[in-house]
Design a binder for this molecule. Structure first.
Ligand code: SF4
Ligand code: SF4
Length: 251
């Protein structure tokens, strides 16, 4: 996860990334529940594409109303600290499980931002939050099956099932390879999210749901018999391709 340490100046100063930047607009895109061992945010098309398309639509609308408006969208794909900006915008706070938590919408949102050329004081401020901390109940730490969440805000990514099944292409540690120790997770993990009292069901954007039916019904045997060609065809638009079929089937 070395990328987190790179481009630190740009992460905190978007003007270094987008010349003329004056403010950062923050949006929360709702997704649904996990199914078939696949995290809720991956039940449809790749979330980067979904949220970016929505942000481009917002930019088009704003440009139509305000021709001087210039903005550039970011979704977890450039050196922009989306969670930092969402907290700065007053939309929520960071929980002890490291998720961004909106008191209004819970944890099941992808943050998208638009870095734009309009000063922040031209936008009405968000209403102050009634709560600015998660409550520290400790349920997320107790729920983590792999010991990755070692202490409040302290995540050991090397043991996080979500990181290991999505980002890392290294072999899983021996003690996490069985379906028991992974709690059946194939892509992602939501144990520390589900345990959180702030988690709440949302009506997901339809684009987040396009593969749900097939993921819900795919058995281990279906996954094992899937060829690379079939996988590429069926999941061409999906974020599951980041992990690849071999990793998804635990090979
Ligand atoms: S995503 Fe899963 S493995 Fe990672 S910290 Fe949360 S509960 Fe633990
Ligand atoms: S489970 Fe409890 S301690 Fe963990 S983030 Fe949620 S409220 Fe905070």
């Amino acid at each position: 996860m070395g990328y987190l340490a790179r481009n630190l100046e740009k992460r905190f100063d978007p003007a270094l990334l987008v010349p003329g930047a004056e403010s950062v607009l923050c949006f929360l895109a709702p997704y649904g529940q996990a199914a078939g061992g696949v995290a809720g945010f991956a039940q449809g098309a790749d979330y980067h594409r979904i949220v970016k398309d929505r942000l481009f639509a917002v930019i088009r609308d704003l440009k139509a109303q305000f021709p001087a408006f210039e903005g550039r969208p970011f979704v977890d794909s450039a050196p922009v600290l989306e969670r930092f900006w969402a907290v700065e915008a007053g939309l929520g706070f960071i929980g002890q499980n490291n998720f961004f938590i909106s008191p209004e919408y819970g944890l099941r949102t992808i943050i998208g931002v638009i870095v734009c050329n309009i000063p922040a004081d031209r936008f009405p401020p968000h209403a102050p939050l009634a709560t600015t901390e998660c409550g520290a109940c400790g349920a997320c730490l107790r729920a983590c099956p792999s010991g990755a969440l070692r202490a409040p805000f302290d995540l050991d990514a090397r043991r996080c099932i979500s990181y290991l099944t999505i980002e890392s292409h290294d072999p899983l540690p021996d003690d996490l390879t069985s379906s028991v120790s992974r709690r059946g997770w194939r892509f992602g993990c939501e144990e520390c999210m589900r345990a959180c009292p702030w988690d709440k069901p949302l009506t997901p954007l339809p684009e987040f749901e396009t593969h749900r039916r097939e993921l819900e019904t795919m058995s281990d045997a279906d996954w094992a018999s899937l060829t690379e060609e079939e996988f590429e065809k069926r999941f061409a638009d999906s974020g599951l391709r980041r992990a690849g079929l071999q990793h998804l089937t635990g090979k």
